[in-house]
Structures are given as C-alpha cells and as structure tokens.
Design a protein around this ligand. Structure first.
Ligand SMILES: *[C@@H]1O[C@H](CO)[C@@H](O)[C@H](O)[C@H]1NC(C)=O
Ligand SMILES: *[C@@H]1O[C@H](CO)[C@@H](O)[C@H](O)[C@H]1NC(C)=O
Ligand SMILES: *[C@@H]1O[C@H](CO)[C@@H](O)[C@H](O)[C@H]1NC(C)=O
Ligand SMILES: *[C@@H]1O[C@H](CO)[C@@H](O)[C@H](O)[C@H]1NC(C)=O
Ligand SMILES: *[C@@H]1O[C@H](CO)[C@@H](O)[C@H](O)[C@H]1NC(C)=O
Ligand SMILES: *[C@@H]1O[C@H](CO)[C@@H](O)[C@H](O)[C@H]1NC(C)=O
Length: 583
C-alpha cells in the first residue's frame, strides 16, 4: 500500500466537488464557528474577522534551538502554508487588508523532558498586528502549533484575528495502544499514526509490541526471539526502526511506552526457547478441557524455569536501553492456569501444595523489583494482577502509587478498585475504548454463521442485538467513546490517581491496510475528552456540538493524509442539525 502523503494534490481532486455544494448552501447554515479538535479549554473570538497569511509566513522562535521543537516548527510551517483546507461550512468573516507575516513563539523551559505530567499548556493570541504563542515547555508549544494550524483555512490561507486561546489538558495520559503482534504494521504506518495522534494532541503511543502470535522486535541481547518468532520476510522492527519511531514521536510530542506482554501471551517466544514456554503450539481449546489461552496462539512463560528469568531480564534490559520513557509496560494479563499445568514441573509444584497465585507472584517478584530498581522504570501492568488472582503486585519496599495498573475489563468498578487500593490507573475499558470490538468472530469453521433465520436460542449470537461472535460487541462508535466518563463513580480523591486513558486497537482483524479507518476519527473522540472533557461550560454533555466539529475535523484529517472514516453522510454536514435524533 502507498499511504497518502500529506501533499495537497490528491486531496484537492477528492474535494473539488465540495466547493460546488458550498454554492448551494442556504444562508442560515453560514456561521462563524472555528473548528478546533480537541476543543480548547478557553477560546475567545468576539468579532468574526480574519487575516490572510503572508505567502512568506514563518514561525519565529525566540530561542536558538531545540532538537525536536525545531522539527515540529518546520513541519507545521509547511503544513500551514500548503494545507489549504476548505471547511465544508467556512466561517463568515471580514477579511483584513494586511497580511500576517509571522507567529512569535516563546518557551520558558526548553529543557523540560517529555514525560508524564509535563506542562502542555499554551497561550495563543492573534491580532491584525501579529500573533504570539507562549508555552511553558516545548511540548506545550507543539500543542499550540497544532491549534494554530487548525485555525488556518482556505485556498489563500487565512486565520482568525482578535482571537485568544488559553489551553491545557485535563489528563496527563492521553494514549493509543497499537498491537503489532497479531498482524504486522510497517514503520511507515506507525509514523503516520503518531503524526495523527499529534494532530489530536495525544501524547502516549502504547506499543504492544509482542504477543503470542509474533515477536517482531529485534532485541540486541535476544536476537533469536525475532529471528524465529517474527512473521519473517522483513516483518520485524530493527533497532534503527525503533529509534526512528521514538525520534519521530518526540518531534510530535508523543511518548512511546513499550509493552512486552508476559508471562501470558508468549507463545512466540517458544520458537526460540521452547523450554521456557508451557503449552506452546497446542490446540488452544481442547474439547472438554479448560481453554489453554484466550485465543489461538497458546503459550506462557514458565515461572519455575530458571532460564525464563535470564531471557526475561535480557528482554527487559534491552527495552530499557532502547526506549527512554520512564514507563515500562510488562503486561501480566490473562494468565491461564490450564496452560501452566501442561508443564510437569508446574504439576509437581501444584501437587506439593503450591498455588496458581504463587506462580504468578513468583514471576512478579522476580520482574517488578528488577524493572523498578535495576532498570529505574515505572512498572505498568494490566489490572489482572490485582483483580484476578491474589498476588502481591509490588515489592513491600515500594509505595503503592509507584505502580500503574491499566484497566480493561468492562466493569466501571474496576477503576475504583484499582485506585482504592492505592494504585495509579490508566483507563482502557473494553466497553468503551476497544476499537476492535463488534466485527464478529474471526475463528474459522464456525457453523453458527450458517443460519438463515435466527432462532430464539441463537439470540446472543445471531440477533441484531447479539454479539455476533465478538466478545466485546458492539462496535464502539465515536459517540460511545465521546460520552464515556473515565472518572465515573469515583470520589475526588480517587480521581486524582487516574492518569488518563488509552483507546486500544487489538489487531486480530487489522493491519496497515485498514489502520486509519479503524483508528480515526473514533480515537479523536477520546482525544478530545481526555484533553478538555466532554461537557460545555454549564456542565452539560456537548456531544451535539462535537458532532459538527468532528465532521469538519474528519475532512481535515483526510486532507492531511489520514484516511479517517466519515461519521455521517455529507448531506448532514451540509444541513447542520438536520441529522440530530433529538431536535
Ligand atoms: C464586516 O464589517 C462590516 C462593516 O464594518 C459590518 O457591517 C459587518 O457586520 C461585518 N461582518 C462580519 C461578519 O463581522
Ligand atoms: C528483519 O528483516 C530484515 C529484512 O527487512 C532481515 O534482513 C532480517 O534478517 C530480519 N531480522 C530478524 C532478526 O528476523
Ligand atoms: C514475593 O515477595 C514477597 C516479598 O515482597 C514475599 O512475601 C512473597 O512470599 C514472595 N512470593 C513468592 C511466591 O515467592
Ligand atoms: C531514575 O529515573 C528518574 C526519572 O527519569 C531520574 O530522575 C533518576 O535520575 C534516575 N535514577 C538513576 C539512578 O538513574
Ligand atoms: C459506585 O460506587 C459505590 C461505592 O462507592 C458502589 O457501591 C456502586 O456499586 C458503584 N456503582 C457503579 C456503577 O460502579
Ligand atoms: C469444521 O467443523 C466440523 C464440525 O462442525 C468438523 O467436522 C470439520 O472437520 C471441521 N473442518 C475443518 C477443516 O476443520
């Protein structure tokens, strides 16, 4: 596939017909609304006036150099001058007769690293005599540049004047998880995804690199894992690929948090080290026996085998040298007793009075302190370690809030349990934030689909309201995502321990061919809520207003080379309000 380049030529062709529609617009649908996504915390534009950008428009920093911000400045200058986005409903403005020649940019703390909790606020002011963007850090400056780029519209780009924006995020963690194990994604498609994240002011790319199905990352101390466990034919990430992704992400203000899922979800490790993996390459769901895994691709690291820890430490060590981020995600979800018991050593351990929980605890004991003390990283685990078996999630010497648990099961009370126990939480509830749900099942030879008329007994599977074979059905529409309150039912104290959220694309039925449409604009819905919430200044949910803005935003993202899905027929965009269910 050839991903669309952001260059304008192709998009111009695609959208030429829109200008014809514009001629037919009734006067009543003309407006003076600025479409910015995610919506800024505070925006004031009392008089609808605008100023054309000089063809020589430039961004003028008041500092000499910042490695990543300068890349962003170059990218945004090019984008602002070349994008020429024509809003479907363009703002009606009085145009100033002069030109805007530059945007003055100042940053107070150039040395602030991109890390959890970094100040991302910015202040933007545009008048007929000039424009100024000030930010505390380079990362806040990037958010402000993004906003400025969205303010420009038209073939001869103009920007609003008399405009003031003050903006800062509600949550420090605004992430997207991409699973590159079930199906492979080229580096190019990952870079495009990170670029689209920065358009939406998201700041964490959670890279679920490996799983049972493939091990695509080439690690210096354990190269055999990818050599044997990747899908082959170049479907791997070299050290240079990883460095390229991290550097590009920094220029977009996006952290890259790596995850190597363990001890479950590790069948791919067995290609290199069969001795450390239990139940590898068995049929995952033997008839009349407990399932060995959540899906085909069985295998779990054996917590009783000493070699396991040698390999695991090499893997974790390499991760910490490759990825600068403070967070290291060590998985720990969905560990399955039946799979471990396929190993005779484990069976002996159990018959001698050992428990499943002790096996997991052993694994946690031997990895958590290593990650924390030796590698100096903050451990992130899936919630399962706390909510499933009874295990000590962390060494007693560590304060609880030093460990972060990511919640994914559908129950709202899971977040509550995590923060009540004192952990910090990242919310990825599958009921709202899983982008892969609702596509039906992907296991083959499934006779349940061979039904011409649904019987009451099939209702869960075949009825329109049923799950159709998708465990987390239905499909999470942008509205479902937008209206989700990740702090639901938490007290103010509890809410402080929620860092933010992540939408997740698990890739059993996705690869780079369909990536953009699976992610966008649904991920934008979460991005806005995590940036500035989903309520207006009176505290009412603002989904109706967001609908119109998201329509426009989708078209602008397409213009930028992101093949986002439409959320409505174009007719609805051209007839504001007419497609609302509740009038
Ligand atoms: C543009 O300026 C004219 C003259 O000052 C004024 O009458 C008109 O209302 C303005 N239009 C808008 C959209 O502000
Ligand atoms: C990774 O892919 C490249 C081709 O792009 C190949 O030359 C290399 O051997 C692969 N590395 C591993 C460890 O599989
Ligand atoms: C794990 O470590 C804790 C001390 O932090 C200890 O109390 C516990 O027994 C260990 N568990 C296992 C299964 O080794
Ligand atoms: C551990 O990481 C923190 C945060 O990145 C850093 O401030 C500290 O200096 C590191 N400690 C060591 C011993 O490297
Ligand atoms: C909300 O929290 C209370 C305890 O504070 C609990 O009893 C209730 O079940 C929770 N509701 C939901 C929907 O989680
Ligand atoms: C498909 O499932 C049927 C049982 O419904 C089984 O008899 C058949 O062998 C399966 N076919 C394949 C190719 O696995």
């Amino acid at each position: 596939m050839t991903p669309l380049s952001p260059s304008a030529s192709m998009a111009t062709k695609t959208f030429l017909p829109l200008s014809l529609f514009l001629l037919l617009l009734p006067i009543s649908s003309l407006s003076s609304t600025l479409n910015i996504w995610p919506k800024p915390t505070s925006i004031s534009w009392p008089i609808p006036a605008a100023i054309p950008l000089s063809p020589f428009f430039s961004i003028e920093p008041d500092f000499s150099s910042h490695r990543y911000l300068h890349i962003a400045i170059t990218r945004y200058t090019r984008l602002i001058l070349s994008e020429r986005h024509r809003p479907i409903i363009p703002p009606v403005v009085n145009l100033s007769s002069s030109f805007l020649c530059s945007l003055q940019l100042s940053v107070s703390d150039l040395s602030a690293p991109l890390q959890s909790g970094v100040d991302e606020s910015y202040d933007l002011y545009i008048s007929s005599s000039g424009a100024a963007l000030t930010a505390a850090t380079p990362w806040g400056a990037m958010r402000g540049l993004e906003t400025f780029s969205q303010l420009a519209w038209g073939h001869q780009p103009v920007v609003p004047i008399g405009l003031r924006i003050f903006d800062k995020p509600l949550f420090t963690h605004r992430g997207l998880l991409l699973d590159t194990s079930r199906n492979f994604y080229s580096v190019r498609s990952i870079l495009r995804t990170i670029r689209a994240m920065s358009y939406n002011k998201m700041n964490v790319f959670h890279w679920h690199i490996t799983d049972s199905q493939s091990f695509p990352i080439v690690l210096p101390s354990e190269p055999e894992l990818a050599a044997r466990g990747s899908y082959g034919s170049g479907m791997n990430y070299s050290i240079r690929d990883v460095q390229r992704i991290i550097r590009y992400a920094l220029s977009c203000g996006v952290r890259v948090v790596p995850e190597i899922d363990m001890p479950g979800h590790t069948a791919s490790w067995a290609e290199a080290y069969p001795e450390i993996v239990t139940c590898a390459n068995r049929f995952w769901a033997p008839a009349g026996k407990p399932s060995l895994a959540a899906e085909p691709g069985t295998g779990e690291l054996n917590p009783l085998h000493p070699k396991t820890y040698q390999v695991v430490r090499n893997v974790l060590h390499d991760l910490s040298t490759l990825f600068p981020d403070q967070y290291l995600h060590a998985g720990a979800d969905e560990v399955n007793t039946a799979c471990w018991e396929a190993d005779p050593g484990v069976t002996r351990f159990i018959s001698a009075g050992g428990t499943h929980d002790q096996l997991l605890e052993k694994f946690i004991n031997l990895t958590h302190p290593y990650i924390t003390y030796t590698l100096n990283r903050t451990v992130v685990y899936w919630e399962d370690v706390l909510l499933g078996p009874y295990v000590k999630v962390r060494p007693a010497s560590l304060p609880t809030e030093s460990t972060i648990l990511q919640t994914w099961n559908y129950r709202a009370k899971n977040t509550k349990r995590i923060v009540q126990a004192g952990y910090r939480a990242i919310v990825s509830s599958s009921n709202f934030y899983y982008l892969d749900c609702g596509q039906g099942g992907w296991l083959g030879n499934d006779s349940r689909y061979d039904v011409q008329e649904a019987e009451p007994s099939d209702s869960l599977f075949n009825d329109p309201g049923g799950d159709g074979g998708s465990w987390c059905a239905p499909y999470k529409s942008w509205q479902r995502i937008y209206d989700y309150d990740i702090l639901h039912n938490l007290t103010e104290e509890e809410a402080k321990r929620v860092l933010g959220g992540e939408v997740a694309l698990w890739s059993e039925q996705a690869d780079e061919m369909v990536l953009d449409a699976k992610l966008w604009p649904r991920t934008s819905a979460a991005a806005e809520v995590l940036w500035s919430g989903n309520r207006d200044s009176e505290g009412k949910k603002r989904y109706a207003e967001a609908n119109d803005r998201l329509n426009e935003w989708r078209y602008r993202m397409v213009r930028r080379g992101i093949r986002a899905e439409p959320i409505q027929p174009l007719w609805c965009v051209l007839h504001p309000g007419m497609c609302n269910l509740e009038q």
